[in-house]
Ligand binder design. Structure first.
Ligand code: IVH
Length: 672
């Protein structure tokens, strides 16, 4: 049996170790042991405390969540008022601040600290003999609210300071904030629970700290950085701000690693310019940087003016959120046919630019935020991100507003708009015809694995569409050499080549043609399966949902997409124009009648004379054969064209029968 003495000793050791590892993790950002090891120490302490409840102390790391919910928040008077900061919005205002301070101090240049201005909420932490005894919000600067029970749940805040040389009474001040990742996760959880999402990490942090039930706060991903001290008794602190922060860090309090000592106003502005582009990449939100006179003696000499120190200033980044009014909600059609509602806004300066549009993402988003024409909204533009509507200011909603409705017809081409079940995106199904989808559709049509129109690259498609020479894929086949030769970077020879390539592309296969139409959900394999099953374009066009689903691998979603595509008169028109232009393919062999090669596996290698390998593959598959990419003992035949490579050697090594092109054609029922 362990003696009581041993248990007391073990508990003390465990607490010390846990506090130290917490410090490595939260303050130094350099954990020394794996999480599992930490958990083991923690559980051992929990177990010992459970067996000996009389040994539990309030500063034990197990005691972060305790007690019942509060009925109300108690007011706390700040003996040293919690001041706010004056703001500077540009270099000139920062220079003026520095000038005023230098004049008062009668010095040439001032040494400053420059630090991130965290976007959270200010908190005061009172440590007595190293133990956290009280935490309070800033409130109006004179009186705040006691939130000790909630602050204790924040793991980055030590319940007991490390070391011994801290002042007997130490009031630490800093910012409680919510890191971006935690914020995003919290909002996902909020929505899953059917609760309202928080508009930004700052609101989320404030809402989490102002909870009467600490068990809720304990589940919120809050963090903390300190940036100064309030009351100090029974001990001395260094005479420079940065040196004080370094002491705090040694006592186990988290201090931002981004704080720098800088010289003069130039040093401040350099820091700002280095920080601005990094803003979006930091794991937490900052709304500016703070410059503070480093010397406490100088700070004292400067003093305060109306609730703000003369020795510090916040240099703000351009606001990322502003209020404005929704003038209209338009619907944009993307190159894939996706419909995006966009709020047209009264111009507003936000995130450093004037914003007139903000994306509303999709129909569900508009309804979730309930954005209506006439509403006053909060618009956000962070970094280079597209501006978005964060929320509606409901108190400013005018009378008689209408709920947003997604149009049933594409605003660009009038084709049907569909939103497949379970998906957030609504789409225009006029793929071949819709001007918004034109370029994408034509590029896909021309691609090597589709119609294989050599020389018709993306840039050329852009040019042809921009110059209004083509409106849809069928227009490609009426282009003339002289029209082409007139284009930028297009000589007579390339024009002639392109016309030839277009001619050549007219001889294709049904599978390629179906694939080239760019029907949503129809990739190469599905196009192949459709060609094989229907053998004829008319039958495919007229197929109902049921027969479409008979095709191998075609489920309900794919079937619906195909069905809808062919129901669009515009799409059928373009197809007819293509056929009139002379696009043809060899009549595929009726599927059921010709499974003469079922159960046989072919490998194709080298160049064939009468067809491409792709065509050969399709014809073989049409007769039930499997076509594989590598030779094995299971291969029935290797078909070798000219310049056959290693696959021919593999066949010979494995004793697999090799066929010539002529023999292949015989098998397929045709002679060379
Ligand atoms: S110093 C007397 N330093 O900004 C100086 N404040 O606008 C008082 N804040 O209430 C504050 N980061 O919540 C200081 N590095 C920083 C800060 C910071 C964020 C907040 C703090 C304060 C507000 C003033």
């Amino acid at each position: 049996m362990a003696s009581r003495q041993n248990i007391v000793q073990r508990i003390a050791t465990l607490r010390e170790q846990i506090n130290y590892h917490n410090y490595r993790y939260y303050v130094l950002d350099d954990p020394q042991i794996p999480d599992a090891e930490f958990d083991r120490l923690f559980r051992e302490l929990q177990a010992l405390e459970q067996q000996h409840p009389e040994l539990i102390t309030a500063d034990s790391p197990t005691q972060r969540v305790g007690g019942a919910p509060l009925g109300e928040f108690k007011p706390v008077r700040h003996e040293v008022p919690m001041l706010s900061l004056a703001n500077a919005f540009d270099d000139i205002e920062v220079e003026a601040f520095d000038q005023r301070a230098r004049t008062r101090l009668e010095v040439e240049a001032i040494e400053y600290t420059a630090e991130p201005k965290l976007d959270g909420l200010a908190i005061s932490l009172l440590y007595e003999q190293g133990e956290l005894v009280r935490a309070a919000t800033r409130g109006d600067g004179e009186t705040g609210e006691e939130v000790t029970h909630n602050v204790r749940t924040i793991h980055a805040i030590p319940l007991r300071l490390l070391g011994k040389d801290y002042p007997g009474l130490l009031e630490v001040r800093g910012e409680v904030y919510m890191p971006r990742r935690g914020f995003e996760r919290l909002n996902v959880e909020q929505e899953a629970r059917g609760e309202k999402a928080f508009a930004n990490p700052r609101n989320a942090a404030a809402g989490s700290l102002r909870q009467l039930d600490p068990r809720i706060t304990a589940q919120r991903p809050l963090a903390f950085y300190c940036y100064g001290v309030g009351r100090v008794q029974g001990g001395k602190l260094p005479g420079q701000h940065l040196a004080i922060l370094n002491c705090l860090r040694e006592w186990g309090l988290p201090v931002s690693g981004e704080i720098r000592q800088v010289q003069g106003v130039m040093g401040c502005l350099d820091y700002y310019r280095a920080m601005a582009p990094r803003r979006a990449t930091l794991p937490y939100e900052i709304d500016g940087v703070v410059y503070k006179v480093n010397s406490l003696a100088q700070q004292q000499a400067l003093g305060f003016v109306s609730r703000a120190p003369r020795w510090a200033i916040a240099h703000k980044f351009p606001a990322q959120e502003e209020m404005t009014r929704v003038l209209a909600i338009d619907v944009q059609v993307g190159r894939t046919g996706a419909l995006t509602p966009v709020a047209r806004l009264e111009p507003v300066f936000v995130g450093g630019v004037t914003v007139t549009n903000a994306t509303l993402h999709n129909e569900d988003e508009v309804h979730r935020k309930d954005v209506r024409v006439g509403d006053t909204v909060i618009v956000r533009r962070a970094g280079d991100v597209i501006p978005e509507v964060v929320s509606v200011v409901l108190s400013r909603r005018p009378a008689k507003t209408a709920v947003f409705k997604m149009p049933k017809q594409c605003p660009k081409c009038g084709s049907q708009v569909v939103r497949p079940e379970g998906q957030a995106v609504s789409r225009c199904v006029g793929g071949l015809y819709c001007p918004a989808q034109r370029k994408q559709a034509i590029k896909h049509f021309a691609a090597r694995r589709a119609m294989d129109i050599e020389g018709l690259g993306d840039k050329l498609v852009d040019q042809l569409v921009d110059e209004a020479l083509i409106h849809d894929v069928a227009d490609l086949y009426v282009l003339t050499e002289s029209q082409l030769a007139g284009l930028e970077r297009m000589g007579d020879k390339s024009a002639e080549n392109l016309i030839q390539a277009l001619e050549k592309s007219k001889h294709t296969t049904l599978a390629r043609f179906i694939y080239a139409l760019g029907i949503r959900e129809v990739g190469e394999a599905t196009a192949q399966a459709l060609a094989q099953y229907f053998a004829n374009l008319k039958k495919l066009e007229q197929a109902d949902l049921e027969s479409l689903q008979q095709v191998p691998d075609v489920g309900q979603v794919v079937a619906e997409s195909i069905y809808r595509f062919f129901r669009q008169a515009h799409n059928r028109e373009v197809i007819n124009k293509l056929l009139e232009a002379g696009i043809t393919w060899p009549a595929p062999v009726a599927t059921a009648a010709a499974q003469t090669l079922a159960g046989q596996t072919f490998v194709l290698t080298g160049t064939l004379q009468t067809m491409t390998r792709d065509e050969a593959k399709q014809r073989l598959q049409a007769r039930g054969a499997k076509v594989s990419g590598s030779v094995s003992k299971k291969t029935t035949y290797v078909v070798a064209g000219s310049e056959a490579g290693s696959k021919l050697a593999d066949a010979q090594a494995l004793g697999v029968k090799v066929l010539s092109e002529e023999e292949l054609l015989k098998l397929l029922g045709q002679s060379l």
